[in-house]
Design a protein around this ligand. Structure first.
Ligand SMILES: C[S@@+](CC[C@H](N)C(=O)[O-])C[C@H]1O[C@@H](n2cnc3c(N)ncnc32)[C@H](O)[C@@H]1O
Length: 475
């Protein structure tokens, strides 16, 4: 079984056929109900078995002011509204909840790359009133009922910043769970939109206006934490950099999410990178100002991972140190990175991977709760290779260093491991306190940590990708 985003011109007839079999033959609906006025430019996600579509779900994007919204008695909102509809699956596949599974992934991906201001769906109350309750469990609220008799529909919606965020977090969690338990992998919506010349739907600006890293942190507490982390990582990275297939100087390096620039300035002096032309991109004005003041020898520009402002194919190397975990849309960042890297260029990523955390239950629970609520994604390193492959990146190195709390005050560097003191290791997790509503869980975890001699560990991953040059691709 595989999932695929399809265009209406390519698969519309097959989807209509499926809707006919279910909506008309099984439910006895009229022909007109199998059509949707926006099908031709809808986003259709299908599940296929043996190359045949066995389930489908569709999403329709409306700009503010679209007449369909007024017809649903939905008042104006600033951004796009997305309707989810025409979910259908062949009877033989229903027990496997295929359309529910691909639907969850569709909602997650729409939140991540389109960032709509509202979702809505309609329920035909005569046949499906029970679905109102089911969608309510997925955070849709009842909006209104329109029409009467056989044609009566209930409109359900999700709207407003907080409700949309809860909706996103829930569907991301369900999608992760589904992929952990062997669900059907769903390809990237960003990739599909770009390939089908619909890239204008991507919420590049709205996503770029978010900074999940900064929104929770107190800068006074974070600056020393980041400096300490930078020192540790530099030592950890030295052998990794030395063995990475980096091009010889002078090459052009762009660091994305360069923050105050300290780590970039330190790493740029390392052997393989010394002599490179170095630039940084950073969205936060205050961090950018610090980087420019402290490191005038490098160029820093304001931009985001989704819109760096750099020229096409203008860099040999891109570095992303502790960036990906703070992004809502890694796919959109990968798209941009691919645009500005030269063929043969390298993407060098360093980040933590919370899926590797090992430790007692109470601390595990703290990490999981934080991860559930954080709009960035501290588990992204786990699926970055799969995502990056969709954007033309080939994974050429992947290594993990396990950070353990079994050392003394001075870190001890072993092969693929660093042993830290108990207090120093706990300090690396201090960012969890920034998340609202976690106080009790953090306190419980901390008490457990202090009262027991428990061991904890977490992996730091380095992943190096290359965009194959045209010659390599042709091989
Ligand atoms: C943990 S800090 C890492 C800073 C630096 N790379 C280092 O290793 O010291 C994360 C950085 O990513 C930046 N950031 C957050 N969202 C971003 C986005 N959408 N695009 C680019 N950078 C972003 C933050 O402002 C911050 O500077």
């Amino acid at each position: 079984m595989e999932a695929r985003w399809v265009s209406w011109s390519e698969a519309g007839e097959e989807i209509l056929d499926l809707r006919r079999r279910v909506f008309m033959d099984e439910l006895g609906w009229r022909e007109e109900r199998i059509h949707h006025g926006r099908d031709s430019d809808g986003l259709h996600l299908c599940a296929l078995s043996g190359g045949r579509i066995v389930a489908a779900i569709s999403a329709y994007v409306y700009e503010p002011g679209a007449p369909e919204l007024a017809a649903m008695e939905l008042p104006g909102v600033d951004g796009p509204t997305v309707e989810i509809g025409k979910r259908v699956e062949l009877a033989a596949y229903r027990g496997r909840l295929i359309s529910a599974q691909i639907g969850t992934s569709m909602l997650r991906q729409i939140c991540e790359s389109l960032q709509p201001s509202r979702f809505f769906l309609i329920v035909r109350v005569n046949d499906h009133r029970h679905l109102i309750e089911r969608y309510a469990r997925r955070n849709f609220t009842y909006h209104t009922e329109i029409g009467s008799g056989d044609d009566a529909i209930a409109v359900m919606k999700v709207e407003g910043g907080e409700a949309l965020e809860e909706f996103y977090l829930k569907h991301r969690d369900l999608a992760r769970e589904s992929s952990r338990s062997g669900g059907i992998p769903v390809p990237s919506l960003v990739r599909f939109l770009v390939d089908s010349a619909r890239g204008d739907l991507l919420a590049v600006e709205r996503l770029g206006a978010e900074n999940h890293y900064l929104e929770l942190l107190s800068r006074r507490a974070e600056a020393p934490r980041l400096t300490a982390q930078g020192r540790l990582i530099l030592a950890e990275q030295r052998p990794r950099l030395a063995s990475a297939p980096l091009p010889p100087a002078p090459a052009s390096l762009l660091d994305i999410g360069s923050g105050p620039g300290e780590y970039l300035a330190a790493v740029a002096k390392e052997g393989p990178l010394a002599g490179y032309r170095v630039r940084g991109v950073e969205p936060a004005a205050q961090l950018l100002a610090r980087a420019r003041a402290n490191f005038p020898e490098y160029t820093f520009r304001q931009g985001t991972a989704y819109a760096t402002g750099e020229e096409d194919a203008s860099h040999d190397v891109i570095t992303a140190h502790f960036l990906f975990v703070h992004l809502r849309s890694p796919d959109l960042a990968l798209l941009e990175m691919h645009r500005i890297l030269r063929p043969g260029g390298l993407l060098y990523v360093v980040d933590v991977d919370d899926t590797s955390f090992r430790g007692p239950k109470a601390i595990h629970r703290m990490i999981r709760t934080y991860d559930y609520r954080y709009a960035g994604d501290r588990m992204v390193m786990n699926d970055l290779p799969g995502r990056a492959a969709e954007f033309g990146f080939r994974l050429v190195r992947r290594s993990a260093t396990t950070l353990r709390n079994t050392g003394g005050p001075e870190p001890v560097f072993g092969r693929d491991e660093i042993r830290l003191g108990r207090a120093e290791a706990w300090n690396l997790l201090s960012f969890v306190r920034s998340q609202r509503g976690l106080d009790e869980i953090v306190q419980e975890a901390e008490e457990h940590y202090l009262a027991t001699g428990c061991e904890i560990s977490l992996n730091l991953e380095t992943q190096v990708y290359r965009i194959p040059s045209p010659q390599e691709d042709g091989r």
